[in-house]
Write a protein that binds this ligand. Structure first.
Ligand SMILES: NC(=O)c1ccc[n+]([C@@H]2O[C@H](COP(=O)([O-])OP(=O)(O)OC[C@H]3O[C@@H](n4cnc5c(N)ncnc54)[C@H](O)[C@@H]3O)[C@@H](O)[C@H]2O)c1
Ligand SMILES: [Zn+2]
Length: 375
């Protein structure tokens, strides 16, 4: 069988591989076995993904002589709240794990974040493996070691930096992912081009539709380039101590404000918010004279062409949503990335030329928001 594409995430003492390719679920046992402290794993999945892929993953472990059990949580963000986390920990402990048990996260970013954090604290830390099943999880949340859960104070405010031993991104599982979820993940793919790789953004402009339509080679390439970008940034700044890792938040200051205003529910998916946010970040950059207006136009055109909601009024689907600029700015201030109340933005001098700034004039920001709301 052909070998999967492999990317090494280079962290001293905790380096690990991300394997990308079709059919990896069925090879998980074989690929994971050499890394397991003991031949036993507990698979954590959600009740949408477990029926689709749980049996195949368990069979693959069995074939490699690895005993597996499965714990399932409800699909959706609410599984990342405190009460759900406590339930999961008790269910995991019911199975009498020992420190050589490995947890395997089978699912999207919710399952990955939750299982990663569970692994970080179960018996003071057990190994974990990520088998991401959404595009967003394959290109973003499964890479980089951020794990965590939500509290009433906000998303991901309790967590740990905890790296997996292995990530297996099976490109064929994306076939069952709803188009809207696929698109939301695609926003994060395009983001890597916009941050520092103009050639990759140009590739996205040509091949984005193929990635979304399921072209195997295009998908593998998009995931590989995204993981390479994120791995490179994370290896250089694992704990976000400089502004480097913060570049990954391109579009996120705007995006989080939109998500907060729509209640972090199904109205606006995270990736959709990031797509709209990136278009706004480039518009702001162009207005401030930092970035050529043609570049901002390209960003808006490409994200809109693949079907991401880049016009604020269309968010939520009925073309009539109204927003309040003052409220959006309020949300930006409450963002955990706002240091001492100062708004942090990733702006750009052009496509692939992003940088972090805490020096954005509020009047200019408000003008941009007012125009974006009216557009
Ligand atoms: N740790 C990080 O660095 C990081 C980065 C970005 C996002 N996140 C987190 O990721 C989460 C969002 O992740 P997500 O977008 O993957 O959402 P998700 O995990 O909720 O998955 C989206 C939906 O798709 C379903 N699904 C998953 N795989 C499927 C498949 N192959 N076929 C059919 N349905 C499938 C899920 O059951 C769910 O209903 C958020 O909690 C966010 O905070 C973390
Ligand atoms: Zn994101």
């Amino acid at each position: 069988m052909s070998s999967p594409r492999t990317i090494r995430v280079d962290l001293a003492g905790r380096a690990y591989d991300i394997a990308i390719g079709p059919g990896l679920i069925d090879r998980a046992g074989e690929l994971a076995r050499p890394l397991l402290a003991a031949p036993r794993v507990t698979i954590v999945s959600d009740d949408t993904v477990a029926p689709l892929y749980g049996a195949r993953l368990a069979a693959s472990f069995a074939k490699a002589g690895v005993e597996s059990r499965t714990v399932t949580v409800p699909a959706g963000e609410s599984s990342k709240d405190f009460a759900s986390f406590a339930r999961l920990m008790n269910e995991l402990l019911d199975l009498r794990p020992d420190r050589k048990t490995t947890l395997v996260a089978l699912g999207g970013g919710v399952v990955g974040d939750l299982t990663g954090f569970a692994a970080a604290v179960l018996l003071r830390g057990v190994d974990f493996i990520q088998v991401p099943t959404t595009l967003l999880a394959q290109v973003d949340s499964s890479v980089g070691g951020k794990t965590g859960i939500n509290t009433r104070h906000g998303k991901n405010l309790v967590g740990a930096f905890y790296q997996p031993r292995l990530v297996l991104a099976d490109t064929t599982v994306l076939d069952s992912l709803p188009r809207r979820e696929l698109l939301a993940g695609y926003a994060e793919v395009a983001k890597y081009g916009l941050i520092d790789d103009p050639e990759f953004f140009a590739w996205c402009e040509k091949n984005g539709e193929a990635v979304l339509a399921g072209d195997a080679a295009a998908r593998t390439y998009a995931i590989e380039q995204s993981c390479l970008s994120k791995a490179r940034i994370v290896a250089a700044d694992e704990r976000e101590t400089t502004d480097l890792r913060a570049l990954l938040n391109l579009g996120h200051t705007f995006g989080h404000a939109l998500e907060a205003e729509t209640g972090f529910g199904g109205t606006l998916l995270h990736g959709e918010a990031v797509g709209a946010g990136m278009a706004m970040a480039f518009d702001l950059s162009a207005r401030l004279g930092l970035c050529p207006p043609e570049d901002a136009e390209r960003v808006r055109r490409h994200l809109g062409a693949v079907g991401l909601p880049v016009r604020l009024r269309t968010i939520g689907g009925d073309n009539s949503r109204t927003w309040d600029a003052a409220k959006l700015i309020e949300h930006m201030r409450g963002d955990k990335k706002a240091e001492g109340g100062k708004l942090t933005f990733v702006l750009a001098r052009g496509i692939g030329r992003s940088y972090v700034t805490r020096d954005v004039d509020e009047a200019g920001l408000r003008d941009l928001l007012d125009d974006a709301i009216a557009a």
